[in-house]
Structures are given as structure tokens and as C-alpha cells.
Design a binder for this molecule. Structure first.
Ligand SMILES: [Zn+2]
Length: 390
């Protein structure tokens, strides 16, 4: 049994001062309670300088793209980025070693669970043996295939995944999936009751594609499409995907750079706050097009939001602390409490992993991490802030 104290313990929801966490030797939380002042030294109690927190949950990654690190130039915009990834996937062979390195890097950065996008089965064996708990989203799109062939391919991958509770089928993005394919994924998601993720409103031309059938992204995909994806117009791309996946129990909308206040109010009214999470991948947005997600709107409307690193194709690291520091620098109004809640409980909830991860409460096994070298007086992260598993 371990008794752990620190300057602060973050329990997944709020900070506790003068608290003690008790975990079994294999990491199961036994208790968390306040220690009355004056705090006396007690034999066998570990004390740490900094904040103790449940392990981080990275809500969006593509382990499979680890071999593309540094291959894609920065700040060229989404249409160019999507074309580069498609080209490089053919040119640069998949690398199991690169994926293993990313997996280890995430673990060493205090990440205990990951929502990971897979197009193929190449990373499945690694994910099954990793100390990290993955929820795999098998990503489908029917630009070149007919929707039935792509759906059958996805179902085969789904069946081959051993951890049945931790796998979903998911559409790549509203601009790369036909209505037919979306309907098949929606029905499958309802049957298996899993969360679904989708890349959402990452570029302004994505909304233009849906509202006017024109713009940069529309031009790129018009060349690629073997069949029309769009038969009608929508006020925004979100209005297409919100309708297409109406029956899904929980949606993770990823990126949301061009999500409007109107879109947010629509989601809150139509879906309900408990049934969707907006995943913020700030470093990736900066890498691809030097733009920011609408975090102030999420805070204003109490939207549930989580944090993702995205892949090494569009990020120089897979570090939740770095994402949080960048968010704090871009949006000084966001508190450390809000950042840590998003990085722990919110990610776990979005991935349906809250029964084990994201909080210190009795019976859960969320991993225990130490965040050190912070500005504890002002409760701010600094460029020197580090994290380690303890
Ligand atoms: Zn992504």
C-alpha cells in the first residue's frame, strides 16, 4: 500500500490541498482524504513537490502515422496537408519501430489512455500489449471505394480487434464520407454502443464545401471523388455530421477550428451537453495552419472539451503538458483546473473509459503522475514543467 502526499492533489475534478491519496501496490485507488493541519510527518508517507494527478488521457492521436514525423512542411493549410498525408502514406513504408517509440514517448509523458485512429491493423498488436489503454477508432472513407466495400473492410478490422469494448468504426471527416457510409457506421455504432469520432471543421473551406459546394477543399476532393458526396447544402459541415450521427451515444468532434457559436448552440440543443466532446489539438492546428480552436466559446457555453496531441505527422511531440502549456499561452483565461480536468476526466469520459481512468476515486486505476516545476503560487504551467509516472 502507498500513501502519497504533494503540495496539491488534483482528483480529476478539483485541487485538494492537504490531502492524502492511498493506492494499492498495483495502483488501485483505496482512498483519498483530507489531512487536518498541522500536518505531521508520518512514517511510510511519500511526499512530492508539485501536483499529483491521475494519468493523462490523449483523446486524439494517429499512432499509425508516426513514421511521417518531420516529413510534412508546417503551415501550408489543411487541403495541402491532407494531400501530403495521402501521398506520403504510399511513399514511406509503415514503421512498427516508429509506432513503438511514440507509444513509449506517450507513456513517459504521463499518458495512460489514448483515443487512436487506425486505417489498418498494423498497430493492433502493439496496442494490445502496451501499458497504455487504447480506444481504437477504425477510420473509414469512401473516396475511391463504394461505401459497401469500405464498410465491409471496416467490419473485418473491427472483428479482428481483440478488446471489443475499446474499438469503434468512425468516419474520417464529413468531406470524405458519403451519406451512405455514414448511415452504415451510425447503425453499427448504435448496435455496439460505442463512441464515434470525426475530424470536424478544421479548415474554413470545409464549411464552404457544405454551404456552397465550392472552395479549396471542394476543388481537391472533386478530383478524387468517384461519386458525389454532397447532394444538398448545409449551413456548415457540422450540421451534416450532427445529422448523420444523431443516434450515436457519444460523438467526439476533433479540431473544430471553424466551429461557430451557432454550431455550438445547435449541438447543445439537439444533442445535449453530455453526449458530445469537442477535442482540442492546438499544437496540430498551429502546425498545419497557424490557427486556434474556439476555446473561449467552449468555456462560455460549458461545452465538454478534451485534449488531443494528434499524430507526429502534424506535431513535433506527443505531450499533453506541452498541449496544455500552449493552450495556457494562447488563452490566458483558461485555468489549470480546467486544463487538468480536460486532460484527465474529460478525455476518459469521451472514450468511455471513465470506469477506470481520469479520476482518483475508490476502486479506479487511473495511473498516478507527478507534475513538477510549476508556478504553484499562481497555479500556472511553465516551459520547465515536467511530468513523470510515480
Ligand atoms: Zn486526426
Amino acid at each position: 500500500m502507498r500513501k502519497i502526499r504533494a503540495h496539491y492533489i488534483f482528483d480529476g475534478f478539483r485541487f485538494r490541498k492537504n490531502a492524502q491519496l492511498v493506492v494499492s501496490d498495483d495502483g488501485v485507488v483505496q482512498d483519498i482524504y483530507s489531512v487536518p493541519e498541522p500536518i505531521e510527518e508520518e512514517a511510510g508517507v511519500e511526499f512530492y513537490a508539485g501536483i499529483i494527478s491521475p494519468g493523462f488521457v490523449n483523446a486524439h492521436c494517429h499512432l499509425e502515422l508516426s513514421n511521417l514525423q518531420t516529413h510534412i512542411p508546417q503551415k501550408t493549410g489543411l487541403p495541402d496537408f491532407v494531400s501530403s498525408v495521402a501521398r506520403l502514406k504510399k511513399e514511406i513504408p509503415f514503421s512498427e519501430d516508429a509506432c513503438k517509440e511514440t507509444d513509449e514517448l506517450m507513456w513517459n509523458n504521463g499518458i495512460v489512455a489514448v483515443g487512436d485512429i487506425s486505417n489498418f491493423s498494423d498497430t493492433f498488436a502493439l496496442k494490445e500489449t502496451s501499458p497504455i489503454q487504447y480506444h481504437t477508432f477504425i477510420e473509414l472513407f469512401d473516396l475511391h471505394e463504394d461505401s459497401r466495400a469500405e464498410y465491409e473492410r471496416g467490419k473485418k478490422l473491427f472483428k479482428s480487434y481483440l478488446q471489443r469494448k475499446h474499438v469503434s468504426l468512425s468516419p474520417h471527416a464529413p468531406y470524405s464520407c458519403s451519406r451512405k457510409l455514414c448511415a452504415k457506421i451510425e447503425a453499427h455504432a448504435v448496435d455496439y454502443e460505442y463512441p464515434v469520432t470525426i475530424h470536424n471543421q478544421e479548415h474554413e473551406s470545409e464549411n464552404e464545401m457544405f454551404s456552397k459546394h465550392s472552395g479549396q477543399l471542394f476543388q481537391v476532393f472533386q478530383k478524387e471523388l468517384t461519386h458525389p458526396i454532397l447532394h444538398t447544402t448545409y449551413p456548415s459541415s457540422l450540421r451534416f455530421s450532427a445529422g448523420a450521427f444523431e443516434q450515436v451515444r457519444h460523438m467526439l468532434f476533433v479540431h473544430n477550428v471553424y466551429m461557430s457559436e451557432y454550431d455550438i448552440r445547435f449541438l447543445l440543443e439537439e444533442r445535449g451537453a453530455q453526449h458530445f466532446t469537442c477535442v482540442v489539438c492546438l499544437c496540430s492546428n498551429m502546425y498545419i495552419h497557424d490557427e486556434l480552436p474556439p476555446l473561449p466559446l467552449f468555456l462560455k457555453y460549458s461545452v465538454q472539451w478534451a485534449i488531443g496531441t494528434d499524430s507526429l505527422a502534424s506535431n513535433t511531440d506527443v505531450s499533453m503538458i506541452r498541449e496544455m502549456l500552449s493552450l495556457q499561452q494562447a488563452f490566458p483565461e483558461v485555468s489549470l483546473n480546467q486544463l487538468l480536468h480536460a486532460a484527465t476526466y474529460r478525455g476518459a469520459y469521451a472514450l468511455n473509459l471513465q470506469s477506470r481512468f481520469g479520476q482518483f476515486s475508490k476502486g479506479k486505476k487511473p495511473g498516478v503522475i507527478l507534475i513538477e516545476q510549476l508556478d504553484l503560487q499562481n497555479m500556472r504551467l511553465t516551459p520547465e514543467t515536467k511530468v513523470r509516472m510515480i
